[in-house]
Design a protein. Structure first.
Length: 280
């Protein structure tokens, strides 16, 4: 499997595909798991070649400790991708190769979708996401790009950035892949000890509980019910929000004909975990 670290060599390898074949991109920050492999497998069904980018993006971290501790396992990642035995290449640039001399975020006006949930709790995060994805699109020039729905809000941000920049890339959202405990698969799960991994099952369990009672209970009752799930759980709930699925605006009352989704962020020790669940 070829691993490219420079834009020039990547472009030379991809040029034969650009005229008559399709290229898919799976942007990742490495520490790959079955969720990432699922994205690659979906991409392979619709493209002649899939590029997996592995780059821990410094501009999307508002917590420097999180950036320093984020798992970096390039050789293991490449070995895992080889098990697919498919037409996949890896793009693993250094920050300067991707950003140039100034490693800073572009300032975007994503509107209201960037001010809720993750945008509220992680200042500047979505500017960093939009910037790095735009740079990856420029380097790879894919026909399609694949993102997991675990980061549902991020998925909407990427779609918005693509529209703002008028980029000819189709954005595909893919289903969440889960651990046996139903914890959403995440590279951050590798930082959990066995006790935290077991306790973190409460995240999805609380979302499922909210979905089961969504029709009969009010928003405030659902908020209290989920908060109660985290008492003595060993995890610290950062937020639980019920939002309009289209606008991502947090809601206080339900309305007929509107689709809703719930979103959650919680800490297991210093490890921050997120998830979401469709409600109706």
């Amino acid at each position: 499997m070829e691993v490219f670290t420079e834009n020039k060599t990547l472009a030379a390898a991809l040029d034969p595909y650009r005229k008559s074949k399709k290229i898919g991109l799976v942007p990742t920050m490495g520490a790959l798991h079955k969720g990432h492999l699922s994205l690659v497998s979906i991409g392979l069904k619709n493209n002649d070649l899939v590029v997996v980018s592995i780059f821990v993006n410094p501009t999307q971290f508002n917590n420097q400790g999180d950036l320093i501790n984020y798992p970096r396992t390039l050789q293991k990642d490449v070995s895992l991708l080889k098990t697919l035995q498919a037409n996949v290449v890896v793009y693993a640039p250094e920050a300067k190769e991707l950003y140039g001399n100034k490693i800073i975020s572009k300032k975007y006006n994503f509107g209201a979708i960037a001010r809720e949930m993750e945008g509220k709790h992680r200042q500047g995060h979505f500017d960093g996401v939009g910037t790095v994805v735009g740079l990856l699109f420029k380097a790879v020039q894919p026909n399609t790009a694949y993102f997991g729905e675990k980061d549902f809000q991020q998925l909407q941000i990427v779609k918005k950035m693509t529209a703002i920049e008028k980029l000819p890339v189709e954005i595909i959202g893919c289903p969440i892949v889960r651990e046996p405990s139903n914890l959403a698969m995440s590279s951050r799960n590798k930082r959990l000890n066995p006790q935290q991994l077991k306790a973190a099952a409460i995240i999805h369990k609380s979302l499922k509980l909210a979905a089961e009672h969504f029709q009969e209970k009010s928003i405030s009752q659902l908020n209290k019910m989920v908060a109660n799930c985290f008492e003595d759980s060993g995890l610290r709930l950062e937020y639980f929000e019920i939002a309009n699925e289209k606008t991502l605006k947090t809601v206080r009352r339900k309305r007929k004909g509107v689709s809703y989704r719930c979103f959650i962020a919680a800490f297991a020790g210093e490890v921050r975990l997120i998830d979401n669940h469709k409600l109706n």
